[in-house]
Design a protein. Structure first.
Length: 189
């Protein structure tokens, strides 16, 4: 993996620190130490901590929206593939850092209006893609919206409640849930 440079390096470090310890842990001193760079390097790229936090939110949102739009485009016409892909993205142990960042951004959004607006925009984009897939399956707009909310509720909820499961048990249960989300969708509407 190519090492990020300049501002991107600080943003990446900030997001990782956010996932490790929440917004309070994203401090210039901490990041500089982790990166092995002086604080002066930070101030050559950012006016202040708030500028870094805004850049982190923008980077996070852009990545999350691009990811779900990419999955939606690849899964177009195959709802099962889309549902399975969304579940896999958010349930795999390889994505533990990504989920930690996701949860930390959501926690941050509870006390910061800027973060809240960014999370709302990401959620809207995610739901729009999922709704489109469910509409392609023939569901009404209202039912497609409800199904999209159920999908994302499951995707994020399972990452919090299935922690004690073995990977095999977790895979089996998430596959069964994907079956339910698809099976119910194929019933008469």
């Amino acid at each position: 993996m190519q090492r990020a440079s300049g501002s991107d390096m600080w943003i990446e470090a900030g997001l990782k620190e956010l996932g490790r310890g929440g917004i309070e842990g994203v401090r210039v001193e901490v990041l500089a130490e982790r990166l092995g760079i002086t604080k002066g390097g930070f101030y050559r790229r950012f006016k202040d901590r708030r500028a870094l936090l805004e850049a982190m939110l923008e980077t996070w949102a852009r990545g999350r929206i691009a990811s779900v739009q990419g999955h939606g485009a690849r899964a177009s016409g195959t709802p099962r593939a889309f549902v399975e892909s969304m579940i896999k993205i958010y349930s795999g142990p390889v994505n533990a850092e990504g989920m930690a960042i996701e949860l930390a951004v959501r926690q941050w959004a509870r006390s910061d209006a800027s973060a809240g607006a960014v999370v709302a925009s990401v959620d809207a984009a995610r739901l729009k893609v999922a709704e489109k897939i469910y509409r392609e399956m023939g569901l009404t707009p209202k039912k497609a919206r409800a199904r999209a909310v159920l999908l994302y509720s499951f995707v994020f909820g399972q990452s919090l409640i299935l922690l004690e499961q073995t990977s095999r048990e977790r895979e089996s249960l998430t596959a069964a849930c994907a079956d339910v989300l698809i099976e119910y969708s194929s019933q008469p509407h």
